[in-house]
Design a protein around this ligand. Structure first.
Ligand code: GLA
Length: 496
């Protein structure tokens, strides 16, 4: 008898049905939207939760309009990500709360009914058949410049970009070869205009004027977008507007595009990436302005094998770098196998520099740039160029190390020896020279010995230059030993 009564109680009317939006305003005038797309049948709630570009399918629910929880899940590569929301209908508002991170307190939000269609995943556009995008002839040596993300993330604005251009043009970086001032995510407006043109948000009032300013300093300017409907930070992507956006960039005077997979993951598989990236590669080729094309899809789908085919000048080979010794070395020392794919115009990109951001010491930052030089990686400074110590500026502008990075043969270096936490890498350079990095990964100073035979030399080479001490070394015999500080590097340029 009791059991029957209990079963009869949960009878809700489906009041939660529909799409609910939480608008989380940002200082740039846009908002970070969360959509709860709910279908309620009795005590079962199904549907999806969209947090910017991430779509989670609801897989568990309890309760109903008077108080419910829903758990959404999505696969991100091989990892499952989950979100959990608690909620309650209050009049015509849906009061919801979630933990943005497991360790954080609940964030409480109010959701309203969204206009029909808003927040829905757009219809899928079939990717084009594959072909080879003609080479744009750019980036014959790895691109050098600055990118806003590592230091500023969502706080980058017009004034900061101008400030970086001023700094780069006057502090010696431009003379050392740095050229691009690249705006990463969060410059975009929330919506396109009536003609479908991409718009900026209030942090970037006039992109053309900003590009003109950067050009007036003798520098170039870069921008960021996604092949998906949304970028990683939840801003407008180029999905379905590739040619139109390429034309807009050209009209603004943009010289470099970083194109970040992010929101495309909800529409396309990894197998379709090449075709999707080809679309923007073609669009950029067709606008009649030289624009460096930088692919950012975290090294998935063996991008090094097809990045050049889609017109890519560089392709990220890893997930995001962080400003820590562990992150930098985990990424940097894992690039060995990719060496054959780097060549003039087409580079492996182990992500932007963290030099000067404070999470490592100067010895470690020297290791960072030395390794990136040997890897023929793009050198995109990621710190605040207006405000850095002389030591950091010296690291970023060590011309002898930069010359290794910019070597015109464009061959990426490889690991030639490893013993415990010490490893030696060598990069072949123009004219038969070589750059050699002796890296000490240990937390204690260590003596590292290089056998000349390991770099194909029968005896000590005639020319040995220490690129951090800026001095020529006299060496004899079959090997060279040097004391390298904890987490440090000795970097040499040698020639017979
Ligand atoms: C991804 C990229 C980063 C940066 C952010 C911006 O995480 O890998 O380099 O562009 O998106 O949202």
């Amino acid at each position: 008898m009791i059991a029957v009564m209990l079963m009869a109680v949960p009878c809700f009317a489906g009041d939660l049905d529909g799409t609910w939006v939480v608008r989380d305003p940002r200082p740039d005038g846009t908002s970070r939207n969360t959509y709860l797309n709910l279908k309620q049948e009795g005590s079962l709630i199904t549907g999806s939760i969209r947090v910017t570009q991430f779509f989670y399918k609801i897989k568990e629910s309890t309760g109903g309009p008077d108080g419910f929880t829903v758990t959404g899940s999505m696969m991100d590569g091989h990892n499952e990500r989950q979100v959990k929301y608690e909620g309650k209908l209050v009049g015509d508002e849906l009061h919801v709360s979630t933990r943005r991170r497991p360790e954080e307190a609940l964030t409480e939000m109010v959701a309203h009914r969204a206009p029909a269609g808003e927040g829905a995943l757009p219809a899928r556009i079939e990717p084009p058949p594959l072909h080879k995008v003609p080479d744009n002839g750019l980036a014959k040596t790895p691109p050098m410049g600055w990118n806003s993300w590592n230091k500023f993330a969502g706080r980058v604005d017009d004034a900061a970009v101008r400030g970086m251009a001023d700094a780069m043009a006057s502090n010696g970086m431009k003379q050392a070869g740095y050229q691009y001032i690249n705006i990463d995510d969060t410059w975009e407006g929330m919506e396109r205009d009536a003609q479908g043109n991409v718009t900026t948000n209030k942090k970037f009032p006039d992109m053309k004027a900003l590009a003109d300013y950067v050009h007036s300093k003798g520098l170039k300017i870069g921008i960021y977008s996604s092949p998906g409907p949304n970028t990683c930070a939840g801003y407008e992507g180029s999905y379905g507007h590739e040619e139109q956006d390429a034309r807009t960039y050209a009209a603004w005077g943009i010289d470099y595009l970083k194109y970040d997979w992010c929101g495309a993951r909800n529409l396309y598989t990894d197998e379709e990436m090449q075709a999707v990236y080809q679309e923007m590669g073609d669009a950029l080729r067709n606008v009649g302005r030289p624009i460096v094309y930088s692919l950012c899809q975290y090294g998935r789908a063996e991008v090094w094998k097809w990045g050049a085919e889609v017109g890519g000048n560089a392709w990220r080979t890893t997930g995001d770098i962080r400003d820590s010794w562990d992150s930098m070395t985990k990424i940097g020392f894992a690039q060995n196998e990719l060496a054959p794919w780097a060549k003039p115009g087409h580079w492996n990109d182990p992500d932007m520099l963290e030099i000067g951001n404070g999470g490592m010491n100067d010895v470690e930052y020297k290791t960072h740039i030395s390794l990136w030089a040997i890897l023929a990686a793009p050198l995109l400074a990621g710190n605040d160029l207006r405000d850095m110590s002389p030591g950091i500026l010296e690291i970023l502008t060590n011309r002898e190390v930069i010359a290794v990075n910019q070597d015109k043969d464009g061959k990426q270096g490889r690991r030639i020896a490893k013993s415990g936490e010490q490893e030696i890498w060598a990069r072949p350079l123009f004219g038969g020279a070589q750059a050699i990095g002796l890296f000490n990964g240990s937390g204690e100073a260590a003596k590292i010995t290089l056998k000349w035979a390991d770099v194909g030399m029968k005896s000590a080479p005639a020319h040995v230059r220490d690129l951090w001490r800026h001095s020529d070394l006299k060496t004899k015999g079959g090997e060279y030993s040097v004391e390298v500080p904890a987490h440090g590097v000795a970097m040499l340029r040698v020639r017979k």
